[in-house]
Write a protein that binds this ligand. Sequence first.
Ligand code: ATP
Length: 308
Amino acid sequence: SACQQVAQIQPTVRFQGPAGLSIDRIYSRNKDKVVIGNKDKVVIVMGATGTGKSRLAIDLALNYPAEIINSDKMQVYKGLDTITNKVTEEECKGVPHHLLGIVDPDSNFTANDFKRHASLAIKSILKRDRLPIIAGGSNSYIEALVDEQVEFRRRYECCFLWVDVAPRVLNSFVSERVDRMVEMGLVDEVRRMFYPTAEADYTTGIKKAIGVPEMHEYLLGEVCGNDEETQEVLFHEAISNIKKNTCTLAHHQLQKIERLNSKWKGSMHRLNATEAFLNRRRGRDGDRVWEKHVARPATGIISRFLVD
Ligand code: ATP
């Protein structure tokens, strides 16, 4: 291929990841940016909420010179870091993240805004000779970016990774995650932005995030001075609705991914993370299984994508 010809005259660059994976990436330079083949390359990590998209994106970015662009429509807003499940600074492991917690929580960030911001971020990442990795659960944003901009497919070659977890396993994981969020301060986080009125509007900005409308009756009850018993009932109802709505979201996201995969002629690379989740639940080494079933195969796919 053209790339292999270039390899004879260009240096081979070795990137070493923490997991001991090493990748030989052959590249040629065209003006001020990396060009592999004819088009610039973009990686897109998809998957339902809770499947580990963010973790995989970071795993990959530690093996390649890459930067991550968030495509979760709630994580673009500032605030509610716990209930929207934003990656922490520690989890980022120094990998630069774009479109994460940058938008005014009261404004309404749209798919068109995402297309514009994500396109700018891709260009700036490529300018720094790095690989853009888009990761997040908002499939309508990905679809808008990839299919509604004629330029996108013409300009970029995409590699789609789909992190998949069997629904029953994922449902119990996201339910337990809600309990952990409560321990981490979910209630306080929502209380801080709660406005006590019976006709609160949960249709714009970050207030649409699962966890905010569900807490309304409980927080209103606090302001109204409900008795303890009533509050306890309202609290359990709120948490159970958050769990139910998160499972419904995961179900819809999976349906959308399957629809997109057939629209894109089965071009997504599906990585089954179920075993890793089951192992973690059984108290066994989930990390090793994640590495074997998800991180390592994904790294192989990206290596081939980059040199093809
Ligand atoms: P659509 O635009 O058709 O709703 P989508 O795939 O773009 O689909 P999702 O990311 O699935 O959008 O989000 C749908 C809804 O799920 C959001 O409006 C929000 O209520 C909730 N949601 C999504 N991501 C989060 C999150 N990280 N935290 C809390 N709630 C979320």
